[in-house]
Design a protein around this ligand. Structure first.
Ligand code: ADP
Ligand code: MG
Length: 579
């Protein structure tokens, strides 16, 4: 095939692909434009996760009628004049590509009015074809409506993820910007349902509260640091508030949310030794640097930046965060012993009860049903998975020592107990007979919109596990009952930890999801390392473990035991093998 110049239609669709990847990228570009226009109020409406409609209305400066056609053409921008300015950008936009790109892959209508004009103007662009500019009545500001995104690029449509995932990307974006621009009133609606609203009164902590709930917002630590032209402000979580993923670690650089940056490493380093492995802080940090010291023009969607003095910025951020952490907790606090938030360490006795309870509850239930239990704790232990073990004792209040026909076993009491509880809980679950207990007072829990949407989808699964959780206003849920296994624990942190698990996987299979909920519950309820167990408790745990289908690993896949075989012991002591 000979070389040809691409038609302008194809060329612009290719260019659009770099800027407009999914509905959230449209939202991002339009909101950035509104902020650049000095809007004090931005209202976003989406339908069908943005596939059918994305609408962004602002009260910013507006676009003069005679510039409307220019605004939608490629490389037309009011924000950049010379190439030199590229190295000192202080606006969010500068490429002059967004509106043209969006217009080439959707049906876009822009209605706008500037303050010194009596009427507004409107332009329609359909698949890159511009219509005529018409005069219309309109408030000062700009309204951009994007309908049927990718209607003319079916390949793109095919690559979109589920509505949940696309919506979550939008929620996440708006949430971040609402926090970063507390003086701007944000409103996000999905259809008629408002999912996020901020007051624009500048109170960041109030916004944190609408996102994470009042409790978490109160605990967040403030960071303020300034040094040699670098300024860091924002909020970080104390070591007691953590997540299992990095999703809540957010950096804004000169007002722009930047995702791929080494600064995340600076942040985690600041928490070094203060968090358990696999736990991450929540952070919302705003770094202001001289626009000339940072290159924002390295990524089409402007999601990456490059610093001129990378090391200096890195160590500034790390020190500033560390200092904030230490200022609030002069003695580095020990990492929480559970993933369920801080809980006063319980008496060993009480915990002994906990793990017996699982068995008791089950056998009670089974008696009522009058059926022989599937895994009767009294049935002879299966020798298929584990041999009969003779308990020797407990060491370090953490491991059980036992002897089997084939050597010595060291058993991690926490991991082993997790396994035992997990199999019991799954068995109860299969019979739809998980005992549930009503809370004296329902507890309401507020989550960030993206998490709330996820939880909303899994309510049924949760309710099968003995929870009774109901929607209770925007992004808020009410917990009325929890599994009996949970009794005494904090409903709000339990629910939050579960949602974090849902976040780990985009579309967990229902079965996996349920196993994961169960694994969570068990982790919370299992005896911990460091708890002395009575010999009865030790024996019961061992017997329960012998009865498990997969006694050798905990529900998270870690080993429950180490086996030192007779053969290995003999070799180690030089009784066997070459002398
Ligand atoms: P960029 O933001 O990179 O300049 P865009 O294609 O996003 O490019 O927008 C083109 C131009 O249209 C902007 O430079 C700005 O002048 C104008 N514009 C776009 N959106 C708005 C808005 N919401 N309010 C005022 N002007 C806008
Ligand atoms: Mg723009």
């Amino acid at each position: 095939m000979s070389i040809r110049i691409l038609s302008s239609e194809v060329a612009s669709q290719i260019a659009a692909g770099e800027v407009v990847e999914r509905p959230a990228s449209v939202v991002k570009e339009l909101v950035e434009n509104a902020l650049d226009a000095g809007a004090k109020s931005i209202s976003i409406t989406i339908e069908e996760a943005g596939r059918r409609l994305i609408e962004v209305a602002d009260d910013g400066s507006g676009i003069p009628a005679d510039e409307l056609a220019l605004a939608v053409s490629r490389h037309a921008t009011s924000k950049l004049v010379s190439a030199k300015e590229l190295f000192s950008i202080s606006t969010l936009g500068f490429r002059g590509e967004a509106l043209a790109s969006i217009g080439s892959v959707s049906r876009m209508t822009i209605t706008s009015r500037v303050a010194d004009s009596a009427t507004g103007a409107r332009i329609r662009v359909e698949g890159g074809q511009e219509g005529k500019v018409e005069q219309v009545g309109a408030p000062v500001g700009t309204l951009v409506q994007v309908e049927n995104l990718f209607y003319n690029v079916p390949a793109r449509l095919k690559f979109l993820k589920s509505d949940t995932t696309e919506r979550r990307a939008i929620d996440t974006f708006i949430t971040r910007y609402a926090l970063a621009y507390p003086d701007v009133r944000f409103k996000l609606a999905e259809g008629k349902k408002v999912t996020l609203q901020t007051s624009g009164d500048g109170d960041q902590r109030a916004i944190l509260a609408t996102l994470y709930g009042v409790d978490t917002a109160k605990q967040m630590l403030e960071v303020i640091a300034e040094d040699e032209g670098l300024k860091l402000t924002g909020f970080i979580s104390p070591t007691s508030v953590t997540r299992s993923n990095r999703r809540e670690m957010t950096f804004f650089i000169n007002g722009r949310w930047v995702q791929d940056i080494p600064l995340n490493a600076a942040l985690t380093q600041a928490y070094h030794t203060m968090l358990m492995v696999g736990r991450y802080p929540l952070a919302m940090l705003f770094l202001d640097v001289d626009p000339e010291a940072v290159d924002v023009n390295v990524h089409p969607a402007k999601a990456e930046v490059r610093f001129r003095e990378q090391d200096k910025v890195f160590s500034f951020v790390q020190r500033a965060v560390r200092r904030a952490l230490l200022a609030y907790a002069p003695v580095p606090s020990l990492p929480p012993t559970t993933l369920w938030g801080s809980r006063p360490s319980s008496e060993p006795k009480e915990l002994g009860l906990d793990w017996k309870m699982a068995g008791e509850v089950e056998s009670e239930k089974l008696q009522v049903e009058g059926k022989p239990p599937a895994t009767d704790t009294k049935s002879p232990p299966s020798t298929f998975n584990l041999p009969l073990l003779r308990l020797i004792g407990q060491i370090g209040a953490t491991y059980l020592v036992a002897e089997g026909p084939d050597g010595l076993y060291l058993i991690d009491q926490h991991a082993a107990h997790e396994r035992v509880l997990f199999e019991k809980l799954m068995a109860q679950h299969d019979k739809r007979s998980i005992p549930s207990q009503s809370l004296l007072e329902p507890v309401s829990v507020t989550l960030p919109p993206a998490q709330a949407a996820l939880l909303g989808e899994q309510l049924e699964a949760l309710n099968h596990f003995g929870f009774q959780v109901e929607p209770f206003g925007p992004n808020t849920f009410q917990v009325r009952a929890m599994p009996t296994l949970f009794s005494g624990s904090d409903a709000s942190s339990a629910l939050r930890a579960l949602v974090e698990d849902f976040e780990e996987d985009e579309s967990p299979l229902q079965e996996e999801l349920e196993a994961r909920i169960a694994a969570r519950v068990c982790k919370r309820m299992a005896v911990k390392a460091g708890q002395t167990l009575s010999s009865d408790e030790q024996r019961a745990l061992l017997a329960d473990l012998e009865n498990c289908d997969s006694p050798r690993t905990c529900p998270h896949g870690r080993p429950t035991m180490i086996h030192l075989s007779v053969d290995m012991l003999e070799r180690q002591f030089g009784r066997k093998g070459p002398r």
